[in-house]
Design a protein around this ligand. Structure first.
Ligand SMILES: C[S@@+](CC[C@H](N)C(=O)[O-])C[C@H]1O[C@@H](n2cnc3c(N)ncnc32)[C@H](O)[C@@H]1O
Ligand code: SF4
Length: 296
């Protein structure tokens, strides 16, 4: 931000970024910072951005308003070769083995566009994570975890099939969620059936709890919202529902509006929407505080 509060021109912005990097590099030379502290601790692979089984209304790639399919006409769907995932992950772990120092577990995020569970090599990816996790732990490091965002439909194997494969090696599963009622959820996450995804969450929570009870790994379960005109007033009820289901966290993002059809649905679009959003927040906080013991 410039001194008068305006967003600076891109050229000035880039100059400032370059200056920040220049100072950071200079600082590193003079202060003997350990290399391990400068390594990335998380990798995101865009494994299969063109594959999904839903058509969420706000989704850049799959919405009824999306232009991605038309723009990519004649091109084959982007699907990452497994050899590339293998190579990158192995090099990532090698770097950490050469320069240990961080005390947090490393993380792998599969596709943040498209539905990751549809990646044809997803199960191979799980085995690879386990293999690289062992390499790190053998050297006394905290290991490697999956960090998953998924649409709640659990395609291919169903929630019962995926749960035992994913839960033991995952730090957090974010299930995308957009309503406390069937009407709202299904009108935003088009192609979903509310009862089915609710049942999937129940399966996931019960399998997670059984694993923890047996002395196994704790995987945090999260509902991830996109804040929209259609669902913002249901947020307190979504928090209540999440707590009752045994979900540990509710988080979300404001809408990134990709098309004019969505511009009127962002809660940041004008003063009236912002003030209605602000009036909802205390109630959401109240419900979250009242239910906090259910989510521990
Ligand atoms: C693109 S999806 C990919 C992962 C998976 N298919 C899913 O829906 O969970 C990642 C997250 O972005 C959210 N999302 C999609 N379109 C968005 C938009 N226009 N603005 C903000 N979040 C959006 C989704 O609801 C989801 O939580
Ligand atoms: S499930 Fe995810 S990738 Fe699929 S349409 Fe919805 S937001 Fe987009």
């Amino acid at each position: 931000m410039s001194k008068n509060g305006e967003i600076p021109p891109i050229a000035d912005h880039v100059d400032q970024m370059v200056e920040l990097y220049r100072r950071a590099i200079q600082h590193r030379r003079s202060s003997n910072v350990r290399q391990g502290k400068l390594l990335p601790w998380r990798i995101t692979f865009d494994t299969n951005p063109d594959d999904c089984n839903l058509h969420c209304d706000m989704c850049e790639g799959f919405s009824q308003y999306s232009t991605v399919k038309a723009e990519r006409k004649g091109l084959s769907p982007r699907r990452m070769p497994f050899e590339l995932v293998e190579k990158v992950l192995e090099e990532f772990v090698d770097l950490h083995l050469k320069a240990p120092g961080d005390s947090t577990a490393l993380e792998v995020i599969p596709s943040t566009m498209g539905e990751p569970l549809l990646y044809e090599h997803f199960e191979q990816m799980l085995s690879l994570i386990q293999q690289q996790d062992r390499r790190l732990k053998d050297q006394g490091l905290p290991g490697l975890r999956l960090n998953l965002t998924t649409n709640g439909t659990f395609p291919k194997l169903g929630a019962r099939g995926w749960a035992p494969k994913v839960l033991p090696i995952t730090s957090d599963i974010k299930i995308s969620w957009n309503g406390a009622t069937k009407g709202t959820q299904e009108s935003i996450m088009r192609g979903q059936t509310f009862e089915d995804v609710l049942e999937n969450v129940k399966v996931l929570v019960s399998e997670r709890d059984a694993l923890v009870k047996a002395g196994g790994h704790f995987c945090r379960l999260t509902l991830q919202l996109t804040f929209l005109e259609e669902n913002y007033h249901e947020i307190p009820d979504i928090i209540r529902l999440a707590a009752e289901l045994g979900i540990n966290r509710v988080k979300g993002h404001h809408l990134w509006s990709h098309w004019k059809e969505m511009d009127g649905r962002s809660m940041k679009r004008d003063a009236d929407a912002v003030s209605r959003w602000n009036r909802m927040i205390p109630l959401a906080e109240e419900i979250a505080n009242a239910n906090s013991d259910l989510t521990k």
